[in-house]
Design a protein around this ligand. Structure first.
Ligand code: PPE
Length: 308
């Protein structure tokens, strides 16, 4: 695990190894936490955080679903993250904000437990491997269904909900695949364990819509916008399992993963990465690294304090 010098914990910068909580922390027992995954990239204007405001908005919404107010304002979290990146000396990094119910009464009512917050940063390379990013990953349709909106909140990025992704990930890795694709409770394609999924067929790009129990991925939104700007027809609709194989190309999007082609589904070769995936990967990469004027407003440039 790559580390950093400092972690921001409840308003203070503490040494990485000292960023600790009590073992009776509510969230440790019951999964009552919400989090984000964000990335900062090295750009010509300095380190820049991709769609930071959107991630903080989603963090606030995720917290609200579980009856938590953010203990620090979004602006405070934003500034703390800027300072954390500067003080750790990073030009690019992964950013993990977490808000959780802390030490207090045990039992399932969390409402008396304090709400705590932290932000950690570290250098995180290609989530599904460099080779996967270049030439595509091998995915397996999971035997596990994505959490149903009747039992949990697919739109919330809550820690406890990730047991669903963990089961699917373990199953796929033990079977020798790189990633799992989960169907939803209606047997439609939903998403990867930590990525949204797209299928390309005859020039049309399709991705499961909000009623398919997806997480409303920020990179999903970005890639839809980029694809439309490039003139592609993008539709949000139900996607059948068979379409993963019928497709000319399949790819995944997520903060950690970025844009990753899927080269095989259930041991069947698809044809990805094909030309559409390649074009989108390039345009998306340009947006992330600040090489695209058109998407410049997506970047939250980290201010560097003057040494005066
Ligand atoms: N679905 C899930 C279930 C998910 O966890 C992510 C992000 C996405 C879709 C894509 O969302 P977005 O990053 O906003 O485009 N997964 C985060 C956690 C990964 C992890 O292993 O931890 C991430 O990519 O940071």
């Amino acid at each position: 695990m790559p580390t950093a010098d400092l972690i921001w914990l409840n308003g203070e910068f503490v040494a990485w190894e000292d960023a600790k909580v009590h073992v009776l922390t509510h969230s440790l027992h019951y999964g009552t936490g919400v989090f984000e995954g964000v990335r900062a990239y090295e750009t010509e204007r300095g380190a820049a955080i991709f769609r930071h405001a959107d991630h903080l908005d989603r963090l606030e919404k995720s917290a609200a679903f579980y009856y938590m107010d953010l203990p620090y304002s979004k602006e405070q979290l934003r500034e703390a993250t800027h300072e954390l990146i500067v003080r750790n000396g990073f030009k690019s990094c992964y950013i993990r904000p977490l808000v959780w119910r802390g030490y207090g009464p045990m039992g399932l009512n969390p409402l008396e437990n304090p709400v705590e917050a932290m932000v950690a940063v570290w250098e995180w390379g290609a989530y599904l491997g460099e080779e996967g990013k270049r030439n595509g990953v091998r995915a397996k349709v999971s035997s596990w269904r994505r959490i149903s909106p009747e039992s949990l909140i697919p739109h919330a990025k809550a820690t406890g909900q990730y047991l669903n992704s963990v089961l699917a990930k373990i199953e796929s890795v033990k079977a020798g695949y790189d990633e799992a694709i989960l169907l939803d409770d209606k047997n439609h394609v939903c998403e990867g364990t930590g990525e949204n999924v797209f299928v390309v067929r005859e020039g049309e790009i399709a991705t499961p819509g909000h009623t398919a129990s997806i997480l409303d991925g920020i990179n999903r939104r970005s890639v839809i916008e980029i694809a439309e700007d490039l003139g592609y027809r993008v539709v949000e609709r139900d996607v059948m399992r068979s379409e993963l194989v019928l497709a000319d190309e399949v790819f995944l999007t997520g903060t950690a993963a970025e844009l990753v082609p899927v080269r095989e589904v259930d041991d069947i070769e698809i044809g990805s990465p094909g030309p559409v995936t390649r074009q989108l990967q390039q345009a998306f990469d340009d947006a992330l690294h600040g090489r695209s004027e058109r998407y410049a407003e997506w970047l939250d440039v980290v201010p560097v304090p003057s040494r005066a």
